[in-house]
Write a protein that binds this ligand. Sequence first.
Ligand code: ADP
Ligand code: MG
Length: 373
Amino acid sequence: MDSAPAPDKSAAGPTAPAPRIAAEGLVRRFGPRTVLDGVGFAIPAGQVTCLLGPSGCGKSTTLRILAGVDVQDAGTIRADGRLIAGGGTFLPPEARGIGLMFQDFALFPHLSVADNVAFGLPRQAEGRARRVDELLERVSLKGFGPKYPHELSGGEQQRVALARALAPRPRVLLMDEPFSGLDERLRDGIRDDTLALLKEAGTAVLLVTHEPHEAMRMADEILLMRNGRIVQRGAPYNLYNAPVDRNAAAFFSDVNLLTARVRGALAETPFGAFLVPGVPDGAEVEIVIRPQHIRIDFDRDGRGPAPTPEQGTAARAIVERARFLGRESLIEFRLADGGACLKATVPNVFLPKPGTTMWLMVRRDRCLIFPRV
Ligand code: ADP
Ligand code: MG
């Protein structure tokens, strides 16, 4: 294999700089199993991209191939427009200018914090000690240099690992579930601090996570992955509000599902008919409703609120259970007509008694309609 690739000018446009890291058509097979099936993306400098998907979908495999510790069966990887893997080229990990940060941090236990951070810097480099101090200060660990990893909390160790990964100023940083070992309570703060530092460094970041909350919080762009493929990509807002299918919708929050058979381009539901243009008669559709898009109204002598174009018809429902979750309350209903269960959330405290009759309406502009799978 060629380990000294020539710059490939065709990949860089005349004006826009080439992405810091780009993959195209990555395929990886383990025996009979195709674990990556045509994965591609491009990450420019200063952007945080999250590779999000359930366990086993191929996220870590993607990262390992980018890092050069595994090799793809097909597809290419370019860094700043230069081919680094694929098509007969293979640049070894240490020649890729890619930083790594994995789940267990793996600080060297026998090295001090300062030596851990300095690990990736050339031994004789001028300003080595200065760079270490600067980074420790930046991750709020000023003065921690002489300590050893076992003297630090989990959050402090994570910050040392981040400082170590950033010390050689990598052009690309790959992070595999970097916050998963941390206390839930600390996580959001550490995520925000990490994000600020990454933005400041201008690094292109690919962060792997199976937690939608983490991806929403960290990402400029999310790559939603399933069974070795990227099924949707875009800003967090787009993935949440315009998911490609029911499973993509359900990945980001609890959802309510209503199934309806189509007749005359209409899907009849307990909330009235939904227009489904182009769907043939007899086909089934699924209507996905997030719990916060259900409106709850009180019963007035057996009558509910009048239908509106925005919210359709109200459906009568009986409270099954109501729980206070802190920022919101979760109320579970059973529809009087048909018996389907629906979950609704409302801000603050709302705890109607089980058995209470109420009326539900849905925000039609927020309902998502998909062919039934
Ligand atoms: P994720 O990080 O999304 O949880 P991985 O990329 O680690 O998933 O793994 C994807 C799939 O590939 C899993 O089913 C895993 O068992 C399989 N796999 C990963 N590495 C190997 C390997 N070296 N040999 C065989 N199967 C592997
Ligand atoms: Mg993994």
